[in-house]
Design a protein around this ligand. Sequence first.
Ligand SMILES: [Zn+2]
Length: 282
Amino acid sequence: MPEAGASRYSPGSLLMTQSRMTPAMTLLSHPTKPFSTSTSFSCASHQSTSTSLPSNLDPSLKSETQTDTGADPTDRYAAGLRLNKEWAAQTAREHPDLFPTLASGQTPQILWIGCSDSRCPETTFLGLKPGDVFVHRNIANVLHPGDLSSSAVIEYAVQYLRVSHVVVCGHTSCGGVAAAMGNKNLGILDPWLLPLRQLRERNLELLQSMTPEDAAVKLAELNVREGLNIVKQKGVVLNAIRERGLQLHGLVYDVGSGVLSELDTQDSEEVIRARLTAFQTE
Ligand SMILES: [Zn+2]
């Protein structure tokens, strides 16, 4: 058993002091930012390095953070392991064919491209089940044309899994979008978020005419549209649209309400003709 409360004294949490935080770390640790990361972590193989009293001898610690079994009730990793067993048993009872079917393979209808944000778990908020959604998520759901990871996911999902729908989904309160709307040096995040800054540049007048909140949502929406354009520039996608009616969708998820909004992403005939001329391959 990991020692209860060990994560409270992890080296990572000790390092995360305000004075040592870089701008990127400040952004990442902001409680309202989507890719807020906790530096507290625990692992069953790691014991606390704290020199304080062992928790079983320190009643003040136990009364606040421990149950009688020694588990830290605030540790979501430990809770997740426990809840997984309950979820697996309940799901097997309610859907006895699900796990045996999934064990033999997957036939998802949806490829989902979304943000890594912890508040955006697509299968959960779609109300779907394991096996329904093939997923690629990264910070701010940015698609770089040459990115090997997203390109491989798209090609595998479209060509081999033969999904029927490709979704690019942005969301409100996106930290990546907020970063691109700011002007701080964020290290490795800067080249990652470059497409967002380019969108900001190209739509500066529009964005500056809005409140900061509305401008952030608008940039998230523009990013979805840009992501869809990149998906549509892939020959495997264009072939699937033509040969079997693959559908593409742009969505924005409201983390404050849990509701998805569908964007009108219909292209004009002129745009479609130009795209096919430039990107269709044999
Ligand atoms: Zn995000």
